[in-house]
Design a binder for this molecule. Structure first.
Ligand SMILES: *Cc1c(COP(=O)(O)O)cnc(C)c1O
Length: 390
């Protein structure tokens, strides 16, 4: 069966399944063994070598979805991020990273790299020229994240990949927000793709996992460090992730459609000041997003008009939950200034556009009208309470 010829939903459903030879069951068996025969076998299997049957087979699904030769499943998104960085960086090397990154990645760089003598520069902006001006003679890696969290800015994937190639620098991308359904960075020249599988790949807010996709040669370098760092995933969770990924394309496409409808609804609402969604024609980088994304994703952000408090709004929502994480089939909201960006100063938050009234909205698969009704009733509730208190 050639992977390239299969359709997206077929890859999600079937690539990487383990055939149950013994009982002919329809789904992959779970192999929980941590101990495997070592003599007279081709592969020495051990969970921390990332090569138990379930680990090995699910990695094929990740690779097929991201158009790479190899894939690897990790115990968390941060295990994937930290392992990849430490695989390609050593004392005296320098990494260029995008200015707004997932908080955990940013903390990892700021808190751990000084201990190893690894230098880093956060770019001033998202333009290719911002990356170019941050490059030094010892730069070994450029890391990007697009769409970004929480303002959904878009980085030119091909632009950055071309720049890096011209200087012999390796590129990595955190593709979590887009998922492989909406964006395949390898097709634009990026070397290594990283996912927090806790988000869209898992999709049901009940799995902590990570994933990496790249060439066999790069994966060999990553594997050699990964087995030492030990960030592998238990086979039961690997199996749960395989089950979740069967519906990945169905879920993400439904979330794309819902998010676009919510973005349109909110941008026409008189109590909403601003909407950030790459699928809106008013988004400053709509054309760029369209050129590199197959769908615009399920994440958006918005600001209520002055006088309507974002925290109060979230408390009044009934169907949409307030939550720290994102990308589940259920819709959730979060205040970045109280959570992901709470460690920044007010001035730092203002400088990157994360205002106190900003709400990040992870759109799920619920019926559109129910989401709209929930938002309308929450806004009406705050207004009513304000009238009473006056
Ligand atoms: C959640 C997240 C991570 C970290 O993943 P964990 O699974 O929580 O370790 C990395 N990058 C992005 C963009 C994320 O949203």
């Amino acid at each position: 069966m050639s992977k390239q010829k299969l359709g997206l939903n077929t890859i999600c459903t079937h690539v990487g399944e383990i055939i149950d030879e013994q009982f002919k069951g329809s789904v992959s068996p779970i192999y929980m063994s941590t101990s495997y025969q070592f003599d007279d076998v081709d592969v020495k299997r051990y969970p921390r070598y990332f090569n138990t049957p379930n680990q090995e087979y699910l990695s094929k699904k990740i690779a097929a979805l991201e158009h790479t030769e190899a894939g690897m499943i990790f115990g968390s998104g941060m295990a994937a991020v930290s392992t990849v960085f430490l695989a390609f960086l050593k004392t005296g090397d320098h990494i260029v990273v995008q200015n707004t990154l997932y908080g955990g990645t940013s903390n990892f760089i700021r808190e751990e790299f000084p201990k190893y003598g690894i230098e880093f520069t956060f770019t001033d902006g998202y333009e290719v020229s911002d990356f170019e001006s941050a490059i030094q003679p010892n730069t070994k890696l450029i890391h990007i994240e697009t769409p970004s969290n929480p303002l959904l800015t878009i980085t030119d994937i091909k632009g950055v990949a071309d720049l890096a190639k011209s200087k012999g620098i390796l590129t990595t991308i955190d593709n979590t927000f887009a998922s492989p359904i909406n964006q395949n960075p390898i097709d634009f020249g990026i070397d290594i793709v990283i996912h927090s599988a806790t988000k869209y790949l898992g999709g049901h807010s009940d799995i902590l996992a990570g994933a990496v996709a790249c060439s066999n040669a790069h994966m060999e370098v990553i594997w050699n460090v990964a087995k030492n760092l030990g960030g592998s995933l238990s086979d039961f969770t690997v199996w749960m992730l395989e089950r979740s990924m069967k519906t990945l394309a169905l879920r993400v496409k439904a979330q794309n459609r819902n998010a676009k409808k919510m973005a349109k609804f909110l941008s026409q609402h008189k109590d909403v000041k601003k909407v950030f969604y790459p699928g809106l024609k008013t988004h400053p980088q709509y054309e760029l997003a369209k050129s590199q994304m197959k769908g615009f994703g399920g994440m958006l952000s918005f600001e209520l008009v002055e006088g309507l408090d974002a925290m109060q709004f979230q408390k009044e929502l009934k169907l949409i939950k307030s939550s720290m994480s994102l990308a589940g089939v259920e819709s959730t909201v979060l205040s970045p200034h109280k959570t992901s960006h709470s460690l920044l100063t007010q001035k730092e938050r203002d400088s990157i556009g994360v205002t106190d009234n900003l709400i990040r909205f992870s759109v799920g698969i619920e019926s559109k009208q129910d989401l709209i009704n929930d938002i309308e009733q929450a806004i009406a509730k705050i207004k009513e309470k304000q009238l009473i208190s006056k």
